[in-house]
Design a protein around this ligand. Sequence first.
Ligand code: ADP
Length: 164
Amino acid sequence: MRVGLYPGTFDPLTLGHLDIIGRATLLVDRLVIGIAINKDKGPLFSLEERVSMVEAECAKLSAKTGVEIVAHPFDNLLVDCARDVGAGIIVRGLRAVADFEYEYQMVGMNRQLDDSIETVFLMADAQYQAIASRLVKEIARLGGDVTDFVPPAIKTALDRHFPT
Ligand code: ADP
């Protein structure tokens, strides 16, 4: 059984993340969404909120694809998290050149820590490529419309945080 780990902060989950998750289900039998606790980053949404968003949004995709998708909070080393959940594949999304630089270093270092875990990079559909959680929060904070960037339930959650 092929198990994949897709790690991130998911603060909040966007349509870009969901596009990558959909693509990752083509590669694995079970997909673990690793939700970085990241207290230092001061996430807008609590861990519990981020986990339930991922669970709610992935349930339909899971039923459609037959691939089990589970949320797994973590705050240890990524390779240790992969070992904890039995993942042989780490999935990352690539947006732009800016992502590449960082990801390139991460792969190199993770490979030295554990050579048995392979990282694969996926690109979202063109319409989702520019989406970043950080910008979505910024747009919502300034009263902009985030309909095209996040699922409806997450737009509602953002509206609660930033009432106009
Ligand atoms: P992190 O804190 O690790 O950057 P994110 O939640 O922002 O966590 O992103 C998790 C992963 O999803 C990263 O690999 C990131 O590059 C990828 N990702 C985020 N948004 C997109 C997008 N619009 N298209 C492709 N990949 C994306």
